[in-house]
Design a protein. Structure first.
Length: 115
């Protein structure tokens, strides 16, 4: 099995209907991208993990290599959108987002959790 080169974390809440509908679609992409680790994070159940980041809009995605955060933002809950975002992040020349210490710290905690 090859090591994961990209982490895709969906930051959602169980009470959010859009998130509940999105979760199966989010999970199904794991099979299409074996080098990507998909992680579902309930921001309320795992608030200690997510703090100090405030997630106000759902679904919010964090995409990171082991070195840096590539993307952090709210997306439309469509499978095609997620697939395009993952493909873009896997491309060699994709620039990282501007440095945000809270986002990088969360990415490191998530990578540590799956290691």
């Amino acid at each position: 099995m090859q090591p994961h080169v990209l982490l895709v974390a969906c930051l959602c809440a169980d009470w959010c209907g859009a998130c509940r509908e999105y979760q199966p679609r989010f999970t199904q992409l794991q099979a299409a991208f074996p080098s990507v680790q998909f992680v579902w994070v309930d921001v309320e159940d795992e608030s200690d993990l997510v703090d100090p980041i405030e997630v106000d809009n759902f679904p919010t995605l964090l995409m990171a290599t082991r070195e840096r955060v590539q993307f952090f933002g709210t997306v439309m809950p469509h499978l095609e959108t997620l697939q395009r975002l993952v493909e873009t992040q896997l491309a060699q020349d994709t620039p990282a987002q501007a440095y945000q210490p809270e986002h990088d710290a969360l990415a490191k905690r998530l990578w540590g959790r799956i290691a």
